[in-house]
Design a protein around this ligand. Sequence first.
Ligand SMILES: Nc1ncnc2c1ncn2[C@@H]1O[C@H](COP(=O)(O)OP(=O)(O)OP(=O)(O)O)[C@@H](O)[C@H]1O
Length: 218
Amino acid sequence: MTPVVEARGLSRTYRRGRLRVPAVSDVDLTVAAGTVVGVEGPSGSGKSTLLRLLMRLEAPDSGELLLDGHASRRTAPGWAMPVFQDARASLDARWPVWRTVAEPLLRTDRAARRAAALDWLSRVGLGHVDPDARPRELSGGQCQRVAVARALIARPRVVFADEPTASLDATTAAGITRLLRAAADEHGTALVVVSHDADRLAVLADRIVRMDAGRLTA
Ligand SMILES: Nc1ncnc2c1ncn2[C@@H]1O[C@H](COP(=O)(O)OP(=O)(O)OP(=O)(O)O)[C@@H](O)[C@H]1O
């Protein structure tokens, strides 16, 4: 079967003055449908840069990235969903949270979208939050859960998540971990999850890879 994500020799170097900082060096990574790959590694080892390359938010200096076997830049809306490290900044400050959660449900009518969003807010443990609240009225961890709900609501083919449980207490983090795992098991979503939390990754991931100074080790 064609992997959902196939990276070959991805490299990305940043310029800092006269210096060249190799953030990601010659990374090969394959992620099949229904599998969760955990990415761990020390701060500054290139994990977030790798995710941005896989999401095609940045172009690599060299290497190849195939998504569902295609090298073209465009994927269908909602095909790949992100959960960014700074969740609040990734949410539209002007939108009520229900609308943000429902955003990937492109063609559904408004009442159905709102109902689905309320259901997902409840699944991520935000059933008690006003669905018309704006992100500034929520805590960082609540914004993170809004981002997870938005990422999963339309059953995407792949989710790229950067520290999706970092600002959550242990019980809430366990609930979010179960939802991510269920997306893989029940809907065949592929997930790439960056986390500093080795225990959580051990529960969530089928395979854990480690970034070290831009290089990937098994
Ligand atoms: N936009 C940028 N411009 C210049 N250098 C950058 C940029 N983004 C990242 N870097 C550098 O690339 C390297 C990898 O950074 P990256 O954010 O990918 O690491 P990380 O493993 O995600 O770190 P953390 O765990 O702290 O989030 C670091 O040396 C960082 O300073």
